[in-house]
Every structure is written in C-alpha cells, then in structure tokens.
Design a protein around this ligand. Structure first.
Ligand code: 13P
Length: 250
C-alpha cells in the first residue's frame, strides 16, 4: 500500500517568526500521524523550519530550485544548497512558476533531474487551465506535461517522484475539483506513467491532489484509490486547519 503524503505549500506567506510559532503548535497536533508530512516553505524560512522540526515527523521542502550547482544566477538557490542545509523535498513546476516565471517543461525536466542528483525528492505539479478543461483537452495537457517533465529518469528515480495534480482553476479559488474528477485525472497520470515506466513504477508513484483542499473536503478526496494525499496551499498556513487535513482519517 502506498503511504499518504500530506504536503503544505506556504507560497509567499509567513516569515521566520511566524514559522516558529506555527511549528510550536503544529508539531504536537500531528505527532502520532502515520502519513508523510511535508511543508514547503519560502527560502527565508528554511532554517527556522528545520530547527523547529528537528526530531519530529515533519519534513521540510522548498518551493523551487535552480538546476545548476552554482553560478552567476542572481536570486536563485541551487539544489546543492538545499541538500546541504537538510531540505528533503522541493516543489517543481508549480503552475504559478509556469505562469509568472515562464517555466517550460524542458526546464522543469532539468530541475527534476538535478533534484535527484542531490537527494531531493521532487513534487512535480501538473494540471490544466479552465479553458483547457472546457475544450476537453485536460487529459492531453496533463499527459503531455508528464511525458516531458519526467523524460529520461531511471526506474528508481521515477518511482520516487511525487506528482501533484493541481488544476489551475481550483488553486486559491475555493473551487475544488470533485473527488471523482480529481480521481479521474490522477488515474490518467498513473496510466501515463505506466506507459512510460511500467507497472512497478506506476503502482509505486505517489500522486497528490491540490486545489482548495480544506478540512471539509480532504477525506472524500484522500479516500480515492489513485489519490495518495494532497498539496495544500491556503489551508496549510494555519496549524488548526492543516492538522485537521493531516489527521483526515483519525
Ligand atoms: P490552495 O490550496 O490555496 O488552492 O493552493 C493549492 C496549491 O497551489 C498548492 O500548491
């Protein structure tokens, strides 16, 4: 059975002081959880988050990385730096980075490979826009992203990738995909991975849903057979709401 992963994405919210008070409260609320708990924080909060979660069952992730080891790349942070400090995960290819920073699938593929070179587990985000869903090309869009973003991985690497299906129209809008629609899309992703990497990888890979996940809808979504947890934005900022999502089955 695949383990559930409940990941938070703080986006550009919370400073290091907020980070410390968040974890002070949150760590006890999820202490007995069997799920993999990951919070992807802004770079400025990484040190405080790692310090605050030492010896707990909470893992810290970044929200982006640069694939180069080092270089004249103003404002960027490399995988090597993240690895050195103890970051274990990174979101890659979030729709906000695709949209506002014009990140292409080729570039995202480079980042995924670089993450694996540095023992960082990538949380790859894919998903269609509202227009693409309305035109009936959601499956085509998502599967194309999977093919391009996961190109050239080894079987072992492909097994470890975490994919987050995040329909762009459901992010921060309060509109959630129905549990059935989310399940359908996560199944498309799993079947595409089966075609690319075979049964062993497809059956092992974790596929999360993201887009307006809340304590009220988490259970219905996480109970779906092809959904292995969630990537949560807004509701991960508050220890009460995020712990309820982590503890969805308790
Ligand atoms: P919301 O949960 O705020 O809709 O954000 C989802 C998301 O983008 C997670 O990466």
């Amino acid at each position: 059975m695949r383990k559930k992963i409940i990941a938070g994405n703080w986006k550009m919210y919370h400073n290091p002081t907020d980070t410390m008070s968040f974890f002070e409260k949150f760590k006890d609320m999820v202490a007995g959880s069997n799920h993999e708990i990951v919070i992807c924080v802004p770079y400025i909060d990484v040190s405080a988050a790692l310090e605050a979660t030492k010896g707990t069952n909470i893992k810290i992730g970044a929200q982006n990385l640069n694939h180069e080891k080092a270089g004249a790349l103003t404002g960027d942070v490399s995988c090597k730096m993240l690895e050195d400090i103890g970051v274990e995960y990174s979101i890659i290819g979030h729709s906000e980075r695709r949209q506002y920073h014009h990140e292409t699938d080729d570039f995202i593929n480079l980042k995924i490979k670089a993450a694996f070179d540095h023992e960082i587990i990538p949380i790859l985000c894919v998903g269609e826009s509202l227009l693409e869903r309305e035109k009936g090309i959601a499956k085509y869009k998502i599967c194309t992203q999977i093919v391009m973003d996961l190109d050239g991985l080894t079987t072992e690497q492909a097994k470890q990738v975490v994919v987050a299906y995040e329909p762009v129209w459901a992010i921060g809008t309060g509109k959630t995909a129905s549990a059935q629609d989310a399940e359908e899309a996560c199944k498309w992703i799993r079947e595409e991975i089966r075609t690319l990497y075979g049964d062993e990888v497809a059956d092992a890979v974790a596929i999360l849903y993201g887009g307006s996940v809340k304590p009220e809808n988490a259970k219905a979504i996480f109970n779906m057979p092809n959904i292995d947890g969630g990537l949560v934005g807004g509701a991960s900022l508050d220890p009460d709401s995020f712990s309820k999502i982590v503890n969805w089955d308790r």
